[in-house]
Design a protein around this ligand. Structure first.
Ligand code: ZN
Length: 701
């Protein structure tokens, strides 16, 4: 699953956030390594709800195309709205969540008597300032002037580190990424991570490739920059020159960047350097000075993700004319807050995004502001949401399901036929140590040092970014905080965090159709259960398996087991490489490997958990069918229901290029084509499209 938009780079280089205080909440600890002991009498299985039979396209055989069979009519009835680029059940749930959140925001904004400094005051003022388009138009670029002046004031290279440090703290995305993160080789402490970055377009290939579509995107990017430089006061010729300068510098960074596939290798992207060694290799970056200015003067070492990339940053800071570096930083500052500026900036940004994603129309302002509130002061906002929308009963039921999925994974590890006893023991140790977080943080972020007012949307955003940088810097040197969350409570998503060996499910995900206390087990296990299995097995995918029980990047596999795993995973890689949603566009099996493995393993183990649950309920007696479908069939239909998606071709191309997740169609059929359990449930035969032959089939867990 993708990571929070506020720190998008985490998705690329593997997540390095958050952790858990709810060490082993109510999940039965004994269930982790063995079959659950005689489980308490389960609540009655509610009658079949949660699947809409009108969604099916019964003219298609489930054995021929399960994506179409299970959701064909839904796909026809739910085209992508003009303001969106893709559309699925997550978006429909999103609409309901947005309505709840809108009410919270409007109430907070209308309440002028909230205690100054309280979360309610901050949330209300943030929203009110961002919705006040009259004041925003009137203010123009004024709120940004102190920051623009700071860049303009640069006179010598000696002053560069102070300025670069400030831009880092403001999160403008210039040059590279930096942050305080859990040390992947000693997860009891924080380290400073330095990673490649500095691009505006979402991938290095947009700068390097020359096909017609990429050229069109680059032209749109040039137009966007020229418009913004024009709005900032440049004449047409200067705006054009400045836009070319930015792209030239970004192209240098792109050429020195690793590909997304290369970023998936955690060992290769962990390069420990003492501070003196790093300072010597990158003298122009002036790391000691830069880190001191970021309140990280105590640092003795850094973890450099991509050493050659920083060679290029070093050369660039040494040789590029100062005026060009200023132009580049000015662009990053302004584009990073474009959404907070007058309409002309917002529209310029949208026109560029249109070319990238195919969007027809801007999302309504309140929805954009809502997303910004979530991304900026998400735990202040999220507390108000949890109070209104999350029930302890949902948390209890979710914990029970996680316990069952965990027990099933333990069993799959124990009965695995290709893994040695030594590797199995380590795997079980890791599963036992897994932390589970559900709903919302036990300890909320403390926003008391952050000042939010109705004066300016732009200023609020910059203040919050600076506050977050300082908050993270303050952790450096202290113990690792296991209470942090990397997603906010209303988020309709979940994640696994390898260095902290934790799975995290925000309250927003625990709602219909993903999780419904009124639905039967088959539906819940196929939906949120599939997500639980997915997140849990990320700990054992091609990346996650490189981390041990304590989250340390340490090889705990015997060489034979590692080789066997890699061989089996490569079968999955080839299967996805062959999927082609558009002419000449193929899924990248290497980029999507981790997600595909988690889908496959997750669905396999959660199927096992459902079987156990059904066994407990009905023993060897008959299991009820609903709407003519067996529980096993409903399980797979529920899995498919989650992943049905309509997507614009432009957005699909962008997804394939940049997203580690395969398109929904292949997330649906990719795993089931390997599963005899699916073939048995629907009576599919050898030769059917959804049945891989024994020689083509992948078998891992
Ligand atoms: Zn995932």
């Amino acid at each position: 699953m993708p990571l929070p938009a506020s720190r998008p780079w985490l998705a690329a280089s593997l997540l390095t956030l958050a952790a858990c205080a709810t060490s082993h909440p109510a999940a039965p600890p004994a269930a982790a390594t063995t079959t659950p002991a005689a489980a308490p009498a389960a609540a009655p299985d509610p009658k079949g709800v949660g699947l809409d039979m009108a969604d099916l396209d019964r003219s298609v055989s489930p054995c021929d195309d399960f994506f179409e069979f299970s959701g064909g009519n839904w796909l026809k009835a739910n085209p992508v709205p003009s303001y969106a680029t893709s559309w699925g059940p997550r978006n429909l749930l999103g609409l309901r969540t947005q309505a709840t959140l809108k009410q919270i925001l409007e109430e907070a904004a209308a309440n002028r008597s909230a205690a100054p400094g309280s979360n309610a005051q901050k949330v209300g003022d943030f929203y009110a300032a961002a919705m006040d388009t009259v004041a925003i138009e009137k203010a123009g670029i004024t709120p940004l002037k102190p920051e623009l002046a700071r860049i303009a004031a640069l006179k010598t290279r000696a002053e560069l580190p102070a300025l670069v440090a400030h831009e880092q703290e403001l999160g403008t995305g210039a040059f590279f990424r930096s942050g305080v993160q859990v040390d992947e080789k000693n997860t009891t402490r924080y380290v400073i991570g330095l990673d490649q970055g500095g691009l505006t377009m979402g991938d290095r290939d947009y700068y390097l490739k020359d096909d017609a579509r990429t050229q069109k995107i680059r032209a749109a990017y040039q137009a966007y920059m020229q418009q913004v430089f024009g709005l900032l006061g440049d004449n047409a010729a200067t705006a054009q020159r400045n836009a070319a300068t930015v792209e030239r510098i970004e192209k240098r960074l792109a050429q020195a960047s690793r590909s997304r596939v290369e970023l998936r290798d955690p060992q290769a992207n962990y390069n420990q350097m003492t501070l003196p060694a790093a300072a010597q290799r990158y003298p122009a970056v002036q790391l000691p000075r830069l880190l001191a200015d970021m309140q990280l003067g105590k640092a003795q070492e850094v973890i450099v993700g991509q050493p050659a990339f920083f060679d290029e940053v070093n050369t660039l800071l040494k040789t590029e004319p100062l005026a060009d570096l200023q132009t580049y930083m000015r662009w990053h500052l302004v584009s990073s807050v474009a959404a907070t500026l007058p309409a002309a900036y917002v529209e310029a940004s949208f026109r560029y995004n249109q070319v990238l994603t195919g969007a027809k129309q801007q999302t309504t302002r309140w929805k954009r502001v809502q997303a910004a509130t979530d991304a900026t002061i998400g735990e202040a906002f999220g507390q108000l949401y949890v109070d209104k929308a999350f029930s302890p009963a949902a948390k209890q039921k979710a914990l029970e399901m996680v316990g069952n999925v965990k027990a099933s994974l333990a069993e799959h590890i124990q009965t695995n036929t290709w893994m040695s006893a030594a590797t199995k023991a380590e795997a079980l140790k890791k599963l036992n140590a897994l932390r589970v977080k559900i709903g919302y943080p036990d300890k909320w972020k403390d926003y008391s040092a952050l000042n939010i007012s109705r004066e300016s949307y732009t200023k609020n955003i910059l203040a919050a970014r600076l506050w977050e940088s300082r908050r993270e810097a303050a952790r450096f040197g202290g113990p690792v905080d296991h209470t942090e969350w990397g997603m906010t409570p209303p988020t309709i998503n979940a994640y696994y965090n390898p260095p902290l060996n934790e799975i995290v499910f925000p309250a927003g995900y625990l709602q219909p159709p993903f999780f419904d206390p009124k639905a039967d087990d088959a539906v819940n296990y196929g939906a949120i259960g599939g997500v639980m299995g997915h997140e849990m097995t990320h700990g054992f995918d091609d990346q996650g398996r490189q981390y041990d029980a304590a989250g340390n990047l340490r090889d705990w596999w015997t060489p034979q087991d590692a080789a066997e795993f890699t061989k089996r995973a490569a079968v999955v890689g080839r299967q996805y490489d062959a999927f082609s949603p558009l002419d000449s566009v193929h899924v990248n099996g290497k980029l999507t490997m981790g997600e595909n493995l988690a889908d496959f393993a997750g669905l396999t183990i959660v199927y096992g958990a459902l079987e156990k649950q059904l066994q407990q309920r009905y023993g060897s007696g008959p299991r009820p069918n609903y709407d003519g479908f067996t529980p096993e069939q409903r399980f797979f239909m529920s899995w498919a229901q989650l992943r049905r998606t309509n997507i614009r071709p432009e957005a699909l191309r962008q997804q394939i290029q940049t997203d580690p997740h395969s398109p929904g169609q292949y997330r649906t059929i990719g795993p089931i084509m390997n599963m005899p359990q699916f073939q048995a449930a629907f009576g599919c035969k050898e030769g059917d499209k959804m049945t891989r032959t024994a020689t083509d089939r992948a078998v891992i867990w």
